[in-house]
Design a protein. Structure first.
Length: 370
């Protein structure tokens, strides 16, 4: 498909525009649910190597089929290079999406501190982890081992809403991004998915959490959408099913020793009782957890992670009949047909690529959910 209009901006680490970039070479960016994403961009000759710096930003706006030009991706420059060519030098930059900043922090509170052991709704739990380790509350005055607040003019955390399932978790000195993944997994086990994102807001970025399905349900109704090889909008497909790593009965081990150790159990009887051979036990351990509820959440998450899965590795392809940002988007649930099977699949990532001639290709990565 031919490319829509793009606007690419080169920004300082404080989100101030250095220049609009025109005449760029090939570029690509990927957005993903509960993940950093990444980008790469071939720079125009007007950008000098000496002017590039770590933590500068690239902001890419895309004009959707609706005609609206809106920011579709912001990335942090972490890599840049220069290669000699017959006509001079070819320069490029690359890096992760803004969510990458979360993986650079730990929950720097001791195990007994309130910010390291919490019971709260999943969405507010995520906001608290980020607020107290990157936001305005990330201070030694609040008990953090080191102050690490990002300038409030550049970073904020969405106000608490309290719509997710209640969870109890411990995460002293765990990586913030890993903690967010664990909360997301536990919430999904409890029946309600939660998705975080770092979005442009004012002159900076806001950490936001969405409770429930992020996009649209396109599996039925007037706007139902089906992807499959026979429609020309799904390619490179490979379907696998495996139960070798299944866990359906999990012991979660907490504090204490031997007979006095706190042990909580979670079981998915629909799987463990499916046949005479189907029971698959496992044990997980976290001695930081000091409540039954927190241990049970840990066991539930492990049972969820141990499901046998249909894995469909395939790309959704934006075509004239199934256009990105018109017919489908990140977070939507769509129908997928493959080798006589039909699934509901979540669009977990979207990659936009533009070649040196300005031609755009959009692909989506999917996860089978039913």
């Amino acid at each position: 498909m031919s490319a829509p209009e793009f606007q690419i901006e080169w920004l300082t680490p404080r989100n101030e525009r250095i220049a609009y970039l025109s005449d760029v070479g090939p570029f690509r960016y990927t957005k993903a649910l509960n993940a950093d994403g990444d980008f790469s961009l071939a720079l125009p000759p007007s950008v000098a190597l000496r002017d590039l710096a770590k933590d500068q930003l690239i902001r890419i706006s895309r004009r959707a089929p609706s005609g609206v030009l809106a920011v579709d991706f912001v990335g942090l420059i972490q890599d840049f290079s220069s290669a000699q060519t017959d006509s001079g030098y070819s320069r490029s930059v690359a890096g992760p999406g803004m969510g990458w900043v979360l993986s650079g922090r730990v929950v720097a509170y001791p195990a007994g501190h309130a910010q390291a052991n919490q019971t709260d709704q999943a969405d507010d739990l995520m906001r608290a982890v980020v607020r107290y380790n990157l936001g305005s509350s990330a201070t030694t005055g609040n008990g953090r081992k080191a102050t690490a607040s990002i300038d409030s003019a550049l970073f904020s955390v969405q106000a608490d809403v309290g719509l997710g399932p209640s969870l109890s978790m411990g995460f002293s000195y765990s990586n913030v991004a890993d903690v967010l993944r664990k909360i997301s997994d536990a919430a999904r086990t409890a029946g309600t998915p939660v998705y975080w994102e770092l979005v442009p807001s004012g002159g900076g970025f806001e950490f936001r959490v969405n409770v429930g399905q992020l996009g649209q349900d396109l599996t039925s109704g007037q706007h139902a959408l089906t992807f499959g090889p026979e429609f020309g909008n799904l390619r490179g497909g490979k379907l696998d099913y495996s139960a070798r790593d299944e866990r359906n009965y999990v012991f979660a081990l907490g504090q204490g020793q031997e007979d006095v150790r706190n042990v909580q159990v979670s079981e998915d009887t629909s799987r463990s009782d499916a046949s005479p051979w189907s029971l698959r036990e496992a044990a997980v351990e976290d001695t930081r957890l000091d409540t039954d509820a927190a241990l049970l959440d840990l066991a539930d998450a492990e049972v969820l992670a141990g499901r046998p899965l249909w894995l469909l590795n395939a790309e959704l392809v934006s075509t004239p009949d199934t256009q990105y940002q018109r017919d489908w988007n990140l977070g939507d649930v769509v129908n997928v047909t493959f080798d006589g099977m039909q699934f509901s699949a979540l669009v977990r990532a979207v990659t936009v690529s533009v070649d040196g001639n300005g031609r755009e290709t959009v692909t989506g990565s999917i996860e089978v959910i039913a």
